[in-house]
Design a protein around this ligand. Structure first.
Ligand code: BYC
Ligand code: FE
Ligand code: FE
Length: 471
């Protein structure tokens, strides 16, 4: 079951060949996807040979095969984790009943909306990152960018498969629209806010893959709990691909810090102006980038009080990440003490699940910070330790939306908020400086001056391997 059939036009492990109608519908969508990839995917590198991994099976061990591939020839396909026999719904009012292999009529529009929202983020991120290849700090980084891009493309395939296979004509229409909305487009933007933010430099890419791909991890984990079994199985396999995206973020930021600490040591100073003059990113500037992308990603969990989240959980559509680690899977009796600008009140737990998830997400974000801060402390600069902003800072969604809150979570007056914002998130001058660092480095083994080389290469190859052969 878990073996992937690559002899077909659309690689898959769902026995597509036995469902001609579905196969034809997907083969009809395939060229539109390729057109989208060529028009909206990475610019100018479509002819380059990229050292990419491709899924060969959905087992946890050895699912990847590595080799040089031109991106448009990447074998995007449909891969579901193996079914769990006799799987039961693990939470909500229908807990203990068998999972659904088809979409229950009463949940059809809600499930479609969840799948479309998930699907929309995948091509959005490729669009956001499309120009970064021109300013890559090394071939190693360039390869990682393209690996992420092709996998986000495959995540789109995963959602499009569900839409085509389970939602009939509406699903096919939604699949078309996934290629028609575009990141940052004024008329047809992507659905969620973060996916319309430009990613025009590599510091933003590292922050995006650290914070925003991690929202992907949490959302996919909660959908992997779903009573709609095909969605669960799809998300379980997507999660195995997601780990590398967050790795690029965590090691990327770690390498920026490493380089900055080297420069600080060399110059014997922590003066931001001198560090910048030396072509590195001072830690205060990095903190601003963390504040920006973390706060933006916190919005992706939705409102603190949400009837959508309550219904999704009660109906068995969307659980909590790692649902089995909780004691109570029904939550009809529980409440949650929620603090809003008006004060603290107890709300039904079911309505507060977005906030529960946001809290566990933020805890997960702390792990990288601890690691980075150890190096900052060891270098003798404990006062420059990096911090995550408060969950209330710069929110656009939910109870704290539009409130003048500083990164520590304290409400300040609007005037001082407006005046200080440029100290908390990157100012236009900060962005211009970071942009000035973005010089393309494509000699094998060479690296830009603002970031340290990685500790090791891909798949046991040396760091100076020619990961992308440019034409
Ligand atoms: N921007 O009750 P509410 C990934 C909307 S990332 C704009 O507060 P709910 C990836 C919301 O849609 C993972 N709109 O929230 C990462 C709703 O609109 P409608 C993506 C927003 O519904 C990197 C209204 O506000 N996956 O995979 O409980 C690279 C009220 O909603 C935002 C998913 O998100 C926002 N930030 O929860 C590549 C999973 N937040 O319906 C890929 C699927 C909320 O009233 N999505 N709204 O018109 C969901 O589970 C939910 O839709 C949300 C929102 C968690 C996003
Ligand atoms: Fe993804
Ligand atoms: Fe991702």
């Amino acid at each position: 079951m878990s073996g992937i059939n690559y002899s077909e036009k659309i690689p898959n492990n769902v026995n597509l060949v036995n469902d001609r109608t579905l196969q034809r519908a997907l083969e009809h969508w395939q060229p539109k996807f390729i057109d989208w990839w060529k028009g909206m995917g990475p610019t100018d590198f479509q002819g380059a040979d990229v050292y990419l991994r491709t899924a060969v099976s959905v087992d946890s061990d050895g699912w990847a095969q590595y080799g040089a591939v031109k991106m448009p020839d990447y074998r995007w396909g449909i891969f579901l984790a193996d079914p769990v026999s006799e799987r039961k719904i693990g939470f909500g009012d229908a807990m203990g009943q068998p999972v659904w292999q088809q979409v229950p009529g009463e949940y059809r529009s809600t499930l479609r909306r969840l799948i479309v929202t998930q699907g929309d983020t995948e091509p959005a991120s490729v669009e956001q990152q499309r120009l970064l290849g021109h300013t890559c700090p090394s071939l190693y980084d360039l390869r990682n960018l393209f690996q992420i891009n092709v996998e986000e493309g495959r995540h789109l395939w995963a959602m499009v498969y569900l839409l085509h296979a389970y939602f009939g004509r509406d699903g096919r229409e939604e699949a078309e629209e996934l290629l028609q909305r575009h990141s940052g487009d004024l008329d047809k933007p992507r659905i969620l806010s973060t996916f319309n933010e430009p990613i025009s430099d590599w510091l933003s890419l590292y922050c995006f893959t650290y914070f925003t791909d991690r929202d992907g991890k949490y959302q996919l984990k909660s959908l992997a709990e779903s009573g709609f079994d095909p969605l669960s199985r799809t998300c379980r396999f997507m999660l195995t691909e997601e780990a590398h995206h967050m790795f690029v973020g965590e090691t990327g930021i770690g390498r920026v810090i490493k380089r900055t600490l080297e420069v600080m040591k060399e110059l014997g100073t922590d003066d931001p102006a001198r560090i910048r003059a030396h072509g590195a990113v001072d830690l205060g500037l990095l903190q601003k980038y963390l504040n920006f992308w973390c706060s933006s990603s916190l919005d992706l969990f939705g409102s603190e009080i949400s009837s959508n989240s309550a219904a999704n959980f009660a109906n068995g559509l969307k659980g909590r990440p790692d649902e089995t680690t909780y004691d109570d899977h029904v939550l009809r009796e529980k409440t949650f003490a929620l603090t809003a600008p008006q004060g603290t009140e107890n709300v039904p737990m079911l309505n507060a699940l977005n906030e529960v998830m946001r809290e566990s997400y933020l805890k997960d974000c702390e792990i990288g910070l601890k690691r980075w801060n150890r190096n900052i402390e060891r270098a003798g600069y404990p006062a420059l330790a990096l911090k995550l902003p408060s969950m209330r800072f710069r929110r656009s969604i939910g109870a704290w939306a539009g409130q003048p809150v500083n990164p520590e979570g304290v409400v300040v007056d609007q005037n001082s908020y407006d005046k200080n914002l440029d100290h908390w998130i990157p100012s236009p001058a900060d962005r211009a400086f970071v942009q000035s660092l973005m010089q393309r480095v494509v000699e094998p083994g060479k690296i830009a001056g603002w970031v340290a080389p990685p500790d090791r290469g891909i798949n046991n190859l040396p760091v100076d391997h020619e990961y992308v052969k440019l034409q």
